[in-house]
Design a protein around this ligand. Sequence first.
Ligand SMILES: Cc1cc2nc3c(=O)[nH]c(=O)nc-3n(C[C@H](O)[C@H](O)[C@H](O)COP(=O)(O)OP(=O)(O)OC[C@H]3O[C@@H](n4cnc5c(N)ncnc54)[C@H](O)[C@@H]3O)c2cc1C
Length: 388
Amino acid sequence: MADKSFLDWPFFDDSHRELAARLEDWCEANLGAAQDGDVDAACRALVRKLGDGGWLRYCVPAAWGGVHQALDVRSLALIRETLARHDGLADFVFAMQGLGSGTISLFGSEAQKQAYLPAVASGEKIAAFALTEPSAGSDVAAMETTAEAEANGYVVNGAKTYISNGGIADFYVLFARTGEAPGAKGISAFIVEAGSEGLDDHERIQVIAPHPLATLKFETMRLPAAALLGERGRGFAEAMATLDLFRTTVGAAALGFARRALDEATQRALTRKLGDGTLADNGQVQAMLAEMVLDVEASALLVYRAAWLRDVKGQRNSREAALAKLQASDGAQRVIDKAVQIFGGLGVTVGVPVERLYREIRALRIYEGASEVQKVVIARSHFREHGA
Ligand SMILES: Cc1cc2nc3c(=O)[nH]c(=O)nc-3n(C[C@H](O)[C@H](O)[C@H](O)COP(=O)(O)OP(=O)(O)OC[C@H]3O[C@@H](n4cnc5c(N)ncnc54)[C@H](O)[C@@H]3O)c2cc1C
């Protein structure tokens, strides 16, 4: 049973404690069913389930079917942590509804919000966020996909890759170069309907923790002028603002994976016979468990501090979100690796929870800013604080 004492921390109010308890009950009743290998079908079913359960309402503002006036990062983080602890795919589905519609919540026109956000909240529409390109990953400003203005809109050419929900999404928030200036200043955001002529989203990428992931190709894809999302030439800043909002919640998902690994390893250590006692009597196993507890607690403190700063203090929290994501994702990798070690041969046996967690955690250290990129953010902020 995962530790819940953190819910008493001053970062939360009663609505968060109520949310955590309600979601825990819902997860126990609704998640964990064996998936038959069709990951697209499993994701579609989870979108419907999470929509019916009312959980996707936390992904959009209240005026468009959501719960809070503005997105509440503590609620998003609590939901991601809890879902990840029960079922990584459920967390993935929830996260993508939020990230895929986040730019619309932050920068969309009234008409765009009305057209997409209620359907995201109910689970009727599946969202995706298309930023990365084959030669522009961490270096987003190097993107090459173009959206050239023409009489009644834009014509798009290029490619995006590693796009979560690619192939099953109903719409993509796309970032493309509109050429107002070189680098970060010449990029704009658009909303693209799946099935648009000139969009090919069929090329899938298989990854170690399966979920829908695709390369998108655009060949003379025409978009109406109304597809422009936010301000022309401000797409880079809009993408970064969206990622800033959700970065803390990647840390929360990693924390959920880590808590599950710690629970599994603790149960195993207490019940696995070793000599006259159990694994838990062994000093080296105790040391591993102590280090796991330390990583989990440190991650939780950093994740919920970053969320609280944004929600309550209304502060820009790039530094704290970077600290939270770095510690929680790298820390979860350490925790899960130790859990596998404590399980011995059983830990690398396909289908055992710690083996699944070992695969699931890895991508979180790469996407939405690799660990090394988070260190750049932290170091820059540190130097700024020292007047450099
Ligand atoms: C499972 C998964 C899902 C994803 N989903 C999406 C999605 O939905 N939408 C989307 O747009 N993208 C998505 N991505 C893409 C993801 O954001 C990129 O993979 C990530 O930004 C890294 O880009 P890259 O893979 O091109 O690696 P590169 O940019 O080539 O970087 C490789 C490595 O170089 C190092 N590095 C890079 N830059 C720096 C730096 N400045 N300082 C120090 N070291 C550095 C890091 O170790 C990094 O891991 C997803 C990726 C994965 C794996």
